[in-house]
Ligand binder design. Structure first.
Ligand code: GLN
Ligand code: ZN
Length: 766
């Protein structure tokens, strides 16, 4: 029977036990031994789950208290000098300090002022890793024994172990050279001896196989990096373990020959994203090598169509026999732990889904079915799979003719405003009569404990819907009053009624569902519960009009309507696998387009459609960028374009680094974009030398991720800097991002200083 294994299991726990334990430890409410006990219990449980599902090897080393890349940095002794006193040894507290900096407070962002290590997106997932920092004279060794202890722990529990480790090339590639630019690749000869030592230690501990992840093989790799693989792996080849080389999130493509040439005992391929490559690999494998076929989707929550999978892969199994291993496409880190306890999802929807635990069961049946297709268990499970496939394919909750017709009916004019920007800008200015350098905010105002408590009371049925609405309307009125007192030019309603900018809309749209505990780790102890887009998306009723109209009724200043854009809703959800991302995005765009039209009709003169995840959706390979940027910008324009010239459309983006996609941002044709840039000292403007952004723009003038109140002089300096690249008529004044994680006192002080800065610079123009 084919051996089954996984590249990794979610470590956070089905009820986020690790999050709770880690945060209690940070808060000083528990001790290190208590935290370690929770971690040990979770690992034991997850290994047991794998063993019970019949996996031939259990994954060790996928556990991390904060992040697996950070733990590898700890193991190798890659500790930035600012964190170590001489001679200090690596321990968990040190790793936490690297991840969190010093005085960290709990809010959704990283804190630059604490000098924590940088954090960045793990490939095209919503997981974020701690970026290793390398010095030019970086030494590598063995400094932290977590991995070895865990291998011993699993062996003691009687498991067949397969340690998992990020490979040397990917580890270097994903890190940053610090203190003067040098070539990270030059560190490789010093890094390899440490890997050899690690592999030797793992062998001593009884590991037969070690999985080395080299996901950079799914990227457009500089030639020097590709060429470095041969020498690196040759130097590891003498290690007393068998190496399984794993890449995922895409095919090897131009890196395939390189991968095939390496002296490793097996290769893993992502057969969900690159199914055809499996055959090419199988044909080229050497006689002693295995192919680990990642045929179950590790990135999404849909149940595998087992019959289709068997039909597709049976011939490969016949060709490879024992040399075929079955696996999920990538680590299961990116899906929730267990579907079984979900109570809120109805039975039909549940029958379409598989979380990590269910994916293990799928692997077991697939392996069984390949050798014993007539086994009674195989028959039963296949029948259930067939039924789920059939019901999902035909369900009226999935297939909605009116939604499909609306998307099919989209014409170029739906993705186009009536007049070009310059003309619109004149019409809007005549209607809005805003001062030069208008001031505004990004949408949310502090989500106070009172607001959260009210939402919780409403959700748990302790207060009525009417009471809840009354409290929210009071909050909105308070927020409008404070903004008037600050004399901001364009107000917002403050988003008190929103728990989360995607969840809020997901809950109001048909075709989108929510789990109770479908948590996925985003970074550190932070988890998200992505919406499941399971069917054609429709808007049964207006979603925001009531709140925006209420706010507008309280003031003569314009209040921005506030929506989350189609690209961002898609990027932060589990999307369908039976419809392209583009089509799902267009459906979302059509639903939002109706909302935009309703807002305009209710007298909302400015509507902001947030797209913070616009850049995040970029595919891993450059060649796929133009197509993505094209449909993403089009989807945005479809949502934004049902309005008259006079209605002003804003968008907002954060998470920096936009210079390489400025033309696509311009193609969205928003009248105004507010964009994060204060932390990088207006670095964005450098991009304007190559591409002049044509519409209105508000580069954030202060960083909202910190409670620090900036001086008005800092902000006027940034405004003057911005004026070198952007004419005053198109420059807006605003913070970097929404203010929901801040408290009121610092928010009001900072905005007061911001308005003063705008006035000061404005005065220079009259
Ligand atoms: N309007 C949202 C807010 O202010 C935007 C959040 C975001 O960009 N992530 O909270
Ligand atoms: Zn933002």
């Amino acid at each position: 029977m084919a051996l089954t294994h996984i590249l990794g299991f979610p470590r956070i726990g089905a009820r986020r036990e690790l999050k709770t334990a880690v945060e209690a430890y940070w808060a000083g409410a528990s001790t290190l031994p208590e935290l370690e006990a929770v971690a040990r219990e979770l690992r034991a449980r997850h290994w047991q789950t794998q063993a019970e599902a019949g996996l031939g090897l259990v994954a060790i080393g996928d556990f991390a208290y904060y992040d697996q890349v950070l733990e590898l940095s700890g193991l190798l002794g890659v500790i930035p000098p600012r964190f170590t006193a001489a001679g200090e040894s690596v321990d968990l507290d040190l790793l936490f300090r690297m991840a969190r900096g010093k005085g960290v407070q709990a809010c959704g962002h990283q804190h630059a002022e604490t000098f924590a290590c940088e954090m960045t997106k793990w490939f095209d997932t919503n997981y974020h890793y701690i970026v290793p920092e390398f010095q030019e004279d970086q030494a590598f060794g063995i400094h932290y024994a977590g991995l070895f202890a865990q291998v011993a722990e699993a062996r003691d529990l009687g498991h067949a172990v397969k340690p998992v480790l990020l490979g040397p090339l990917s580890y270097l590639y994903l890190g940053k050279a610090k203190g003067g630019a040098f070539d990270k690749l030059a560190l490789l000869p010093r890094l390899l001896p440490a890997y050899r030592q690690i592999l030797a230690r793992l062998a001593e501990l009884g590991a037969d196989w070690v999985q080395l992840d080299e996901p950079i093989l799914a990227l457009d790799l500089p030639a020097a990096w590709r060429q470095a693989f041969a020498g690196a792996y040759a130097s590891l080849a003498a290690s007393p373990v068998k190496l399984l080389l794993a890449s995922y999130f895409g095919g090897y493509e131009d890196n395939l020959d390189c991968a095939l040439s390496l002296p490793v005992a097996g290769l893993h391929c992502d057969a969900v994203r690159a199914p055809d490559e499996a055959w090419a690999i199988a044909a080229a494998l050497r006689a002693e090598q295995v192919l680990s076929l990642g045929l179950v989707d590790g990135r999404n929550i849909w149940r595998t169509d087992l019959r289709a999978a068997l039909d597709r892969w049976q011939p490969l199994a016949a060709a490879l026999g024992e040399r075929l291993w079955l696996s999920a496409s990538c680590s299961l880190l990116h899906v929730p732990v267990d579907l079984a306890p979900e109570q809120a999802l109805d039975a039909e929807l549940k029958s379409w889904l598989a979380f990590a635990a269910q994916k293990l069961a799928e692997l077991r049946v697939l392996a069984l079915a390949l050798t014993q297709p007539e086994h009674p268990e195989v028959r039963t499970v296949l029948a259930a799979s067939d039924a789920a496939v059939a019901s999902r394919r035909s369900s009226p909750r999935v297939q909605r003719a009116e939604v499909q017709a609306a998307v099919a009916a989209l014409r170029p004019e739906h993705a186009r405003r009536l007049s070009p920007y310059a003309e619109r800008a004149r019409t809007q200015q005549a209607a809005l009569n805003l001062p030069l350098l208008p001031t505004t905010t990004i949408g949310s105002f502090p989500q106070t404990p009172a607001i959260r408590a009210t939402r919780k009371a409403w959700r748990t049925g302790q207060i009525t819907e009417a009471d809840y609405r009354a409290v929210m309307l009071r909050e909105i009125a308070d927020c409008v009053r404070r903004q008037e007192a600050l004399e901001l030019d364009v107000l917002v309603h403050g988003e008190a009624e929103r728990n989360d900018m995607v969840e809020y809309f997901g809950e109001l749209l048909d075709g989108v569902a929510f789990t109770e505990n479908g948590w996925v780790q985003s970074y550190g102890s932070r988890c998200v519960k992505p919406p499941l887009i399971y069917g054609d998306v429709a808007r049964p009723a207006a979603m925001t009009v009531e709140w925006s109209a209420a706010a507008q009724s309280l003031t003569t200043r314009p209040v921005k309507g506030m929506l989350t854009g189609p690209v961002t809703i898609l990027a932060w959800s589990f999307p369908r696998d039976d419809l392209s991302r583009e089509q799902v995005c267009l459906q979302l765009a059509c639903a939002l387009r109706q909302e935009v039209a309703d807002l305009e009709q209710q007298g909302i003169a400015i509507i902001q459609i947030d797209e913070p995840a616009f850049r995040e959706g970029l595919p891993l390979r450059r060649r796929d960028w133009p197509a993505y940027l094209d449909w993403a910008a089009r989807a945005f324009r479809i949502s934004a374009s049902p309005v008259a010239d006079q209605t002003q459309i804003h968008t907002h983006m954060c998470y920096a680094e936009f210079n390489d996609i400025l033309p696509a941002i311009a193609a969205m044709d928003a009248d105004v974009i507010t964009i994060e840039t204060s932390r990088s000292d207006m670095e964005l403007l450098a991009g304007f030398e190559h591409f002049a952004y044509p519409n209105g723009i508000g580069p954030g003038v202060y960083d909202i991720h910190s409670p620090r109140v900036p001086e008005s002089e800092e902000m006027s300096r940034l405004l003057r800097l911005a004026l070198k690249a952007i004419p005053a008529e198109r420059l807006w004044v605003n913070p970097d991002c929404g203010l929901k994680t801040r408290a009121w006192p610092e928010t009001e002080s900072a905005l007061k200083a911001m308005v003063a800065a705008a006035r000061e610079v404005r005065a220079e123009f009259v």
